[in-house]
Design a protein around this ligand. Structure first.
Ligand code: SF4
Length: 327
C-alpha cells in the first residue's frame, strides 16, 4: 500500500467541490485513495452497548435519550459490570474488534468514574479495543480513562458549526471541539463524525468534514450516520436523506481523511445491499455489528455476513498491532 500524507488545510470550497463531482468520478477518486491506504476488502467491526440509557439533560434534537423530549424511552441507571462483560464477550464472538460503551448524560459525575474504569479494564482484558462515549470529560477524567486502558473516545461533532445551534442549544460546537482537544492531549484515539439528514444543506455536510479533516491530527475513526427519525423528537418528521448523498459523504470523508477508518453507522437498516455496497466502494471500512445500537435497531450479523460473502469482504482482526482477516 502506498503512503498517502494526510492534509490538514482543506477549505470548504474544496470539500464542496468533491461533493459536486459526477458520481463516478467521486467514487473513482475515493476508491483510489482507499486502495492506497487500506486493504479494500477488509471491514473493521465495532459493537455498541448503552451502559446508561435515557434521562440526558442535553437537548440534541435527534436523540431519543434527551429528557427534553417524550420519545417513550425508559431511562435506566448505569448497568452492572457483569452485563457489560457478557455483552463484550458476545460482541467478540460475533467478530467485533472494538467494544464501545455509551452513557446518556452531559458528562460523567465523579461517582460514576470508578464503575466506568472497571468496565474499560474488563473489556480490555478480553483483548478487545475499548471505546466510550460519555459526553464532556475533564482532563483529569480523560487521564484516568487512558490509564485504565481506553483506546478510543467517541464524541461526534454532528454537523457544521453553522448548523449546530439548530440541532442543539444546551451546548456549543466549540464545547465539542474543546473536548476533542482534551482527549488528544491524553493520547486517546478519536472517534468523531456526524449525522446527515437533519435538515442541513450539502454546504453544512462539506463544512462538517472540513472541520474534522482540519483537526491537528485526523480522527482515527469517522462515523457517518444517517438520521434515524425518532417519534417525539424535534426531528421526527424529517424526510430521509437520499442514500446517494450518504455515499457521497462517505466518499468525501475518505478523500479528505485518507487514513481514517470511515464507519457506515446508524441508518444502515434503511439501506439495501446495493446502497451498502456503494458505501464500501466509496471507502467505508467499518460498521457496527449486532442487531442493536444505543437505542435503535441495527442489521443482524447473519445478514451482514451474507453481504460480506457476496462482496468478498472480510472482517478485520487485530492481533498484537497487526491487522489480518478473520477466518
Ligand atoms: S448528549 Fe448524547 S445522550 Fe444526551 S441528548 Fe445529546 S446525543 Fe442524546
Amino acid at each position: 500500500m502506498k503512503h498517502v500524507t494526510p492534509y490538514h488545510n482543506w477549505t470548504s470550497e474544496q470539500a464542496l467541490k468533491f461533493f459536486n463531482l459526477p458520481f463516478n468520478d467521486l467514487l473513482f477518486q475515493a476508491q483510489s485513495v482507499h486502495r492506497a491506504c487500506f486493504d479494500p476488502n477488509m471491514i473493521q467491526m465495532s459493537s455498541l452497548l448503552s451502559i446508561k440509557t435515557g434521562g440526558c439533560e442535553e437537548d440534541c434534537s435527534y436523540c431519543s435519550q434527551s429528557s427534553s423530549y417524550d420519545s417513550g424511552l425508559e431511562a435506566s441507571k448505569i448497568i452492572p459490570l457483569e452485563q457489560v462483560v457478557a455483552a463484550a464477550k458476545d460482541a467478540k464472538q460475533a467478530g467485533a474488534t472494538r467494544f464501545c460503551m455509551g452513557a446518556a448524560w452531559r458528562n460523567p459525575k465523579e461517582r460514576d468514574m470508578p464503575k466506568i474504569i472497571e468496565m474499560v479494564k474488563a473489556v480490555k482484558n478480553l483483548e478487545l479495543e475499548t471505546c466510550v462515549t460519555l459526553g464532556f470529560v475533564s482532563p483529569e477524567q480523560a487521564g484516568e480513562l487512558k490509564e485504565a486502558g481506553l483506546d478510543y473516545y467517541n464524541h461526534n461533532i454532528d454537523t457544521s458549526q453553522e448548523y449546530y445551534k439548530t440541532v442543539v442549544s444546551s451546548h456549543s460546537f466549540n464545547d465539542r471541539i474543546d473536548t476533542l482537544a482534551i482527549l488528544r492531549d491524553k493520547k486517546i484515539k478519536l472517534c468523531t463524525g456526524g449525522i446527515i439528514g437533519m435538515g442541513e444543506t450539502r454546504i453544512d455536510r462539506a463544512n462538517m468534514l472540513r472541520t474534522l479533516a482540519c483537526l491537528p491530527k485526523h480522527p482515527e475513526s469517522v462515523p457517518i450516520n444517517m438520521l434515524v427519525p425518532i417519534p417525539g423528537t424535534p426531528f421526527a418528521d424529517l424526510d430521509q436523506v437520499d442514500s446517494f448523498e450518504l455515499i457521497r459523504t462517505i466518499a468525501v470523508a475518505r478523500i479528505m481523511m485518507p487514513r481514517s477508518y470511515v464507519r457506515l453507522s446508524a441508518g444502515r437498516m434503511e439501506l439495501n445491499d446495493h446502497a451498502q455496497s456503494l458505501c464500501f466502494l466509496a471507502g467505508a471500512n467499518s460498521i457496527f455489528c449486532g442487531d442493536r445500537l444505543l437505542t435503535t435497531r441495527n442489521v443482524d450479523n447473519d445478514t451482514d455476513m451474507a453481504l460480506f460473502k457476496t462482496l468478498g469482504l472480510k472482517a478485520e482482526q487485530h492481533f498484537e498491532g497487526k491487522v489480518t482477516a478473520a477466518e
